[in-house]
Design a protein around this ligand. Sequence first.
Ligand code: F6P
Length: 318
Amino acid sequence: MTSGGDSPGMNAAIRSVVRTCAFHNIECVGIYRGYEGMIEGDFKSMDARSVKGIINKGGTVLKSARSKIFRTPEGRQQAYHKLKEANIDALVTIGGDGTFTGALVFNQEFDFPVIGIPGTIDNDIFGTTHTLGYDTALNTVVEVIDKIRDTASSHNRLFFIEVMGRDAGHIALNVGVGAGAEEILIPEENLGLDRLLESLRRSKRSGKSSSIVVVAEGDKIGKSVFELKDYVEEHMAEYEVRVSVLGHMQRGGAPSCFDRVLASRMGVKAVESLLDDKTNLMVGLVNDKIALTPLDKAVKGKSVINMELLRVSDIMST
Ligand code: F6P
């Protein structure tokens, strides 16, 4: 099952789970539209050939949803009933923290074995250095910022570019460094408007004619990219400012090789962990090894931002 926001690499993970089941002679059933489909019994039997040609596809062939009914005891009871009716006795769920929270409650109520695979471009899950889709999103965003930079430098403009991440600055921080941004605004740290102005003044003085500022959706300054534009124009009339909100294009596209390999490794581990009677765990990548983390820790723990990157960015924008 895939649930929550889709991310590149989810299909590669579905393929891996299905093929690992086939390898071990276990029947595998795909659940459509996340918990919504579970409640409605929207299931389809999947064999090794049913997942051909999807490793390179973005999105999720099983579709995804954010279910409100699954948050109710009645919804979960109905989901359990549908799973039992279909002789399903363990669940691999691919998604983010909302998905895992649902899986935990479900396990507590019905003692149903669950293993999670982290799939979200935000990379905001504790217990893994990389979630599925994060690497692809970084590459997509860097490519787009490179293109925007062409216009920024041709017209001597300042661009505020909003990237996804309502609670986490992983994407902003990495693409900011990777695309050579002047400043990076993230949800974890309030760098302040004064510092932003000071940095832009410094870059003007040092002879830069254009600049890129990367802003995470949920940045701590608390201003939208449009408000930031107004603020800078008000205080620094010398800048011609433009805004670009990248939006959902960041979540689409073919997964990178890294995400495909990670998804394949995670799927194998998820199925084989269930075969070993393990439950309530999330498969993650830790020190480049596949590792298991208790699902409740994955949900409650905080994925830590790499603060060193902020310093690197400061030095690079000298
Ligand atoms: O969690 C992934 C994410 O893409 C966030 O970065 C973003 O804030 C959110 O999903 C958008 O959600 P939706 O697609 O429901 O608008």
